[in-house]
Ligand binder design. Structure first.
Ligand code: SAH
Length: 236
């Protein structure tokens, strides 16, 4: 990685532009609000959050970070879009969320600063916006304590994912702004698994996230064709 920051300024600009709407559940961020209880319970079931020190990488407006703090974790949320972090901080103040902090720092820089210091690391819906996702996975592996969990979620790259996550979500259902996801940046589960192995993380569980646009319901199952999640662990 040398000294160049692993970031695409155009990606950050997309999120900064919408930053004031992070906590509007009917905004562009509605899907994240809707899936939040699902992912939170999945994470908490595998790695009970109460009393843990948790890092949320690419936290945005803090939808997941805030919810994990409310489960009793001590949470640090990091992102490189300062505007989103200010919105996250303001929300924590208004909602009086305890034990949550936000910081503008790259995951790679934080890994150099405080390796092995988090019980759990989460990195959700972020890898597909980064030029070098393997570098993020590696840094997450360095930040977690031995025996700790690292959770990822992202979008698969195939014809079905293109049809549902890009054409469907951005052009047909207008759930997401057009241009939110770029096909070439999407990540196959085999590629994420390879990055995890290189980072010294064992992949312990893989789940698919399904959505029914008619009922607006989300659920987890074994079908990783489109959106999917990985639960990984650094060996003790
Ligand atoms: N993880 C949050 C937000 C997902 S949106 C959630 O699931 O609710 C993607 C986030 O990744 C945005 O907040 C964006 O600013 C952030 N992001 C994009 N590139 C990044 C980078 N290189 N480093 C850190 N965050 C980044």
């Amino acid at each position: 990685m040398n000294n160049t920051l692993n970031v695409d300024p155009a990606e950050l600009a997309k999120f900064s532009e919408l930053a004031h709407r992070w906590w509007d559940p009917e905004s562009e961020f509605r899907p994240l609000h809707e899936i939040n209880p699902l992912r939170l319970e999945w994470i908490n079931g595998l790695s009970p959050l109460h009393g843990q020190r948790v890092l949320d990488v690419g936290c945005g407006g803090g939808i997941l970070a805030d919810a994990m703090a409310r489960k009793g974790a001590d949470v640090l949320g990091i992102d490189l879009a300062g505007k989103s972090l200010r919105v996250a901080q303001l929300h924590a103040l208004e909602a009086q969320t305890p034990r949550v902090q936000y910081r503008e720092v790259s995951v790679e820089a934080l890994a150099a600063e405080q390796p092995g210091s988090f019980d759990t690391v989460t990195c959700m819906e972020m890898l597909e916006h980064v030029p070098d996702p393997a570098s993020v996975v590696k840094a997450c592996g360095q930040l977690v304590k031995p025996g700790g969990w690292v959770f990822f979620s992202t979008i698969n790259r195939n014809a079905k994912a293109f049809m549902l996550a890009i054409v469907g979500a951005e052009y047909v259902l207008n759930m997401l702004p057009r241009g939110t996801h770029e096909y070439a940046r999407l990540i196959r589960p085999s590629e994420l698994a390879a990055s995890c192995r290189t980072a010294g993380l064992d992949v312990l569980q893989t789940k698919g996230l399904q959505y029914n646009p008619l009922t607006r319901r989300y659920w987890l199952n074994e079908d990783t064709d489109v959106n999917y999640l990985f639960a990984t662990r650094r060996p003790a």
